[in-house]
Design a protein around this ligand. Structure first.
Ligand code: MG
Length: 388
């Protein structure tokens, strides 16, 4: 059988490098035909030298020139080095979108428009551009297989039902609770960047790790679940599960709950999306039931972790509200990582931006981009006005 042709957007990031681990482990099954990065020249040159893709897409002009020069010097001048983001999708059977944040939107749109399978790790594109992305899922051949562990779990659980619209009673998203589970608002007033980046169970990039510490990640995942599976917000619940073994559950109308369990390792959802509808042959860890001994569940502390409620609010408002929330959060998290604001001011920035939501519904990519840009402007203004 011919190898499945894989393109990876964000190939040098956390999702990208873990995708390559899956590809290497499944030798011969997948062929990497395209790599995409923003600025990471050295890392993508090393990847291209190993993998010999057809094309390397580099967004930053300076980095692109360096990549082209170094590949040419290494005798790999036949690899096309370009800024054309469509060139990433064109040679692929499946596109992994591991770009961080709103910048992942073009990859999502291009892949679905081209009628290809999208292994989606970039939740922001679906959340911000839901009204624009949804119709593209009807393009023949277009398919989203979520790489987010919770949504990968729900995707698996839903295979237990043939009529989701009638048979799903509720979707239960699990949350590890992040590094600050059980802390009070007072205790959390002074947390540092290093503390927020020390996730107890998952290995992920810095943006999503901070989002996990505020529960914004879970909030965005509630919106993501609504967009992916069409589940009404009243039927999406969040439960804190500190062991990160149950990755989410679906309860059906007959009272039966189907859950997906595995060790917390992003290579499993990546492999699920690459292999879909089949299972890959490589296990990335297996559960030792004797060692596991217990699984705990508790309700989230929504008073201390305000971001979760904000996400439900934005999701129910609909239109451009999720785009605005996601953009505000990106600005706030960057400011936190740069030491400009405190951890507990991240939701303040989001509230300021959400309050300016005018009820508009984006009908084009340009309108989504405009909503994102406006939200970022408001967020930056809100940053200036925060008490220090
Ligand atoms: Mg997740």
């Amino acid at each position: 059988m011919a190898a499945v042709r894989v393109a990876i957007a964000g190939s040098t990031g956390s999702i990208g490098t873990q995708t390559l681990e899956v590809v290497r482990a499944e030798h011969g099954v997948y062929e990497v035909v395209a790599l995409g990065v923003g600025t990471a020249a050295d890392a993508v040159v090393a990847q291209a030298t190993e993998l010999r893709p057809e094309v390397v897409v580099v967004a930053d002009a300076g980095a692109r020139a360096r990549v082209a020069a170094e590949l040419a010097a290494a005798g790999l001048g036949n690899i096309d080095v370009t800024d054309d983001h469509l060139a990433l999708v064109e040679p692929a059977d499946v596109v992994v979108n591991g770009v961080v944040g709103f910048a992942g939107l073009p990859v999502t749109v291009d892949t679905l428009r081209a009628g290809k399978r999208l292994a989606l790790a970039n939740k922001e594109s679906l959340i911000a551009a839901g009204p624009v992305v949804q119709p593209l899922r009807a393009v023949p051949g277009a398919e989203i297989v979520p790489v987010d562990s919770e949504h990968c779990a729900i995707h698996q659980c839903l295979r237990a039902s043939v009529d989701h619209a009638r048979e799903v009673e509720r979707v239960v998203l699990t949350a590890s609770g992040g590094p600050f589970r059980g802390r009070t608002a007072t205790e959390l007033a002074e947390v540092t960047v290093d503390q927020a980046l020390a996730h107890p169970t998952w290995s992920m990039g810095p943006k999503i790790t901070v989002d996990s510490s505020t529960l914004m990640n879970k909030g965005l995942e509630v919106i993501e679940a609504h967009e992916l599976f069409g589940t009404p917000y009243d039927r999406i619940e969040v439960v804190v599960h500190p062991q990160s073994i149950v990755h989410s559950m679906v309860e059906f109308t007959d009272g039966s709950t189907v859950a997906q369990l595995s060790l917390p390792d992003m290579r499993l959802p990546i492999g699920y999306a690459l292999g879909h509808p089949h299972r890959i042959a490589t296990p990335f860890g297996r559960i030792d039931w004797a060692q596991l001994s217990r699984l705990d569940f508790e309700p989230p502390d929504t008073a201390t972790f305000r971001c979760l409620g904000l996400a439900y609010r934005a999701g129910r408002l609909g239109g451009s509200a999720p785009a605005r929330l996601s953009a505000a959060n990106e600005v706030a998290v960057e400011a936190f990582l740069a030491g400009r604001i405190r951890w507990n001011q991240i939701p303040d920035v989001c509230v300021a931006v959400l309050e300016r939501h005018d009820g508009s519904v984006p009908t084009s990519i340009d309108e989504v981009v405009d909503a994102d840009a406006d939200a970022r402007r408001v967020a930056h203004r809100a940053l200036e006005e925060l008490p220090t």
